[in-house]
Design a protein around this ligand. Sequence first.
Ligand code: GZL
Ligand code: ZN
Length: 328
Amino acid sequence: MLKKTVTAASAVLMCAAAVSGCGSDSSASDGNDQIVMGFSQVGAESGWRTANTESIKASAKAAGFELKFSDAQGKQENQIKAIRSFIQQKVDVIAFSPVVETGWDTVLQEAKRANIPVILTDRAVDTEDTSLYKTFLGSDFVLEGEKAGQWLVENAADADVDGDGDVNVVQLEGTTGAAPAIDRAEGFAEAIKTDSKIKVSASQTGDFTRDGGKQVMESFLNSEDGIDVVFAHNDDMGLGAIEAIEASGLEPGKDIKIITVDAVKDGMAALAKGQINFIVECNPLLGDQLMDLANKVLDGEEVPARVVTEETTFTPEQAAEVLADRKY
Ligand code: GZL
Ligand code: ZN
């Protein structure tokens, strides 16, 4: 980061002029001009998260950034600690994927007071004060839920596996309070409203992990009669559900239809085999866009408040076609 040896007064003027691009006179970059980014990651709960972390690290390297990376093991207090540490180290820019939507205002106000711009990636925060971050780069999770629901509406006849006239859905929710869990459930519920035969009879969090999905699916298989469909908020929970369904003597994808979100390699392999019936893609490769946004913010350029990532959907046939060259 170009170091400015200016008096305090003109520093204030320059910051005011640059509005957003005023990184602190970062001592974190030990005297060279390299941009220092502090990144707080949710954890390592899923294949998607692993791919997202790899993308952030590779893109930071390619952009010549020094990356201070922290894994919060799924705990908000660890993310708050990491952000405070980045502030102490006077990094040039902070980016993070908030594990849950609420509880960020205090620490983001501290970053703002320290003149360190913040970029949200992957997941959103729920705050009144949108001046606390420069932009939010990530998927439209409500749309992802809608795409899953629309597929089910279009395939309702086939999805009523037990032929009782109802399409009985059980839902494996993502992490409680996380934007993708809240929004995917909302989008799905909205889309299936158009067909009164489709009902979500049980819904519980599997915390985005394979084991969580397996355990919750085992309990659903014990407690629910006539399950026709599983809607899992990510591939990992869907893969856990497959294990539970097979252990109960049923055939996943046939005796119980499965819809998931992400389209990571393991999910796409199960889709190609017909164990999963439909996957809504959620693109984890946010690294290049994040570094580009960080450069723009630090150069004082205006950036859009919201950058929505490109992504699609896959059927088993489509998965079989692309599986070999999937990057993640
Ligand atoms: C979505 C991301 C979610 C993925 C899960 O952008 O936050 O978290 O869908 C991951 O696989 O755990
Ligand atoms: Zn049925």
